[in-house]
Design a protein around this ligand. Structure first.
Ligand code: ADP
Length: 189
């Protein structure tokens, strides 16, 4: 199974990525998590990424694309993968197409979690109190939503036209949303 998980910040991608990837026995690959790990370990990549992340901006495509290419080339991705948080720009879609072609992989489906913006902002501000992520302040949260609407939401149409998109309502408890994803994938497959 080779999946993309898309949706606005706060839609619950990270949570669902973990559960769904476990069900399929494939790695969940989250660009946000990889960036955060690099920031925590103060690697060169982390130092580069942090200033963008803290401002709610996207890390430049050149940096992100190289990272995803490396990660998808690892052994465990041969069994399949669930990409969470990538692609986010049209240039990343094109690069992903190239990477997949090179590795001889094809996507099975693109799951799009949907949720209302006010609900999303409320969730992120609540998470900020619990996890203390440096990009969960109200101003940065709004910026991330805006970037998503401008740059990432249009990608859904690209995948819809390819017949890969599975829309899933992201509002509800974790198990309910997981159930909807699996049901949607069953239908899609
Ligand atoms: P969320 O979607 O909840 O905002 P993520 O953990 O997916 O959070 O991403 C956090 C930050 O990491 C983003 O705001 C961005 O700065 C960076 N990032 C993650 N994925 C990408 C990507 N594909 N392209 C550019 N930047 C990215």
């Amino acid at each position: 199974m080779r999946l993309l998980l898309m949706g606005p910040p706060g839609a619950g991608k990270g949570t669902q990525a973990k559960v769904v990837s476990q069900k399929f026995g494939i790695p969940a690959i989250s660009t946000g998590d990889i960036f955060r790990m690099n920031v925590a370990n103060k690697t060169e990549l982390g130092v580069e990424a942090q200033r963008y992340m803290d401002a709610g901006e996207y890390v430049p495509d050149s940096v992100t694309n190289a990272m995803v290419r490396d990660r998808l080339g690892e052994e465990d991705a041969k069994a399949g993968f669930l990409l969470d948080g990538y692609p986010r720009t049209l240039a990343q879609v094109e690069e992903l197409d190239t990477i997949l072609r090179e590795y001889g992989y094809e996507l099975d489906a693109v799951v799009a979690l949907t949720a209302d913006e006010d609900e999303l902002v409320a969730r992120l501000l609540k998470r900020a109190q619990i996890e203390g992520r440096s990009d969960d302040t109200e101003e940065v949260v709004r910026r991330r939503q805006q970037l998503y609407t401008e740059q990432t939401a249009p990608l859904l149409d690209v995948y819809r036209e390819r017949g890969l998109l599975v829309d899933v309502d992201g509002i509800g408890d974790v198990e309910a949303v997981t159930g909807r994803i699996l049901e949607g994938l069953g239908k899609a497959g």
